[in-house]
Unconditional design. Structure first.
Length: 148
């Protein structure tokens, strides 16, 4: 997991060959101006979902993992808290290959971190994360999905 400001994403360009494309996209687009929905950047290997997500409490948040994709999660409208638990500490759960997600409900995360607008949280396949913890009913956010 990486927590940092968006302006520092360029410092992580060597982590994944598609990260420079994310940096380029951010330089050319205002995420707040994009319509809600999926915006392809490099086909199925790199895209961004703009969402209006329901704000949840820590108890309502569901821990998830992904096998094939890295998430770069960016709160746009309000602060967003993310629960975090290492994947190897999570119980076994059913993997949905079509959606590349495993959900582990009813489990509190080991730790929490809050990102303000202008920050990002990057979650790799080894990172169990519980998104959308927010003190508002709805949060606008961007999620870049990057092929691992």
């Amino acid at each position: 997991m990486i927590i940092d400001t968006l302006e520092n994403l360029k410092n992580y360009a060597s982590v994944n060959p598609l990260f420079p494309k994310v940096v380029e996209f951010l330089q050319q687009h205002d995420l707040n101006a994009l319509e809600v929905g999926k915006h392809e950047i490099v086909g199925k290997d790199l895209f961004v979902n703009i969402q209006m997500a329901k704000g949840r409490t820590p108890a309502e948040a569901v821990i998830e993992t992904h096998n094939r994709m890295i998430d770069i999660q960016i709160p746009l409208s309000d602060a967003e808290t993310f629960g975090y638990t290492q994947r190897d500490q999570l119980p076994e759960a059913e993997y949905n290959a079509e959606k590349d997600i495993t959900k582990i409900p009813d489990l509190a995360a080991d730790s929490y971190v809050t990102c303000q607008p202008g920050m990002m949280a990057i979650f790799f396949p080894q990172d169990g994360h519980a998104p959308c913890i927010a003190g508002v009913p709805e949060i606008k956010k961007a999620i870049f999905k990057v092929k691992y």
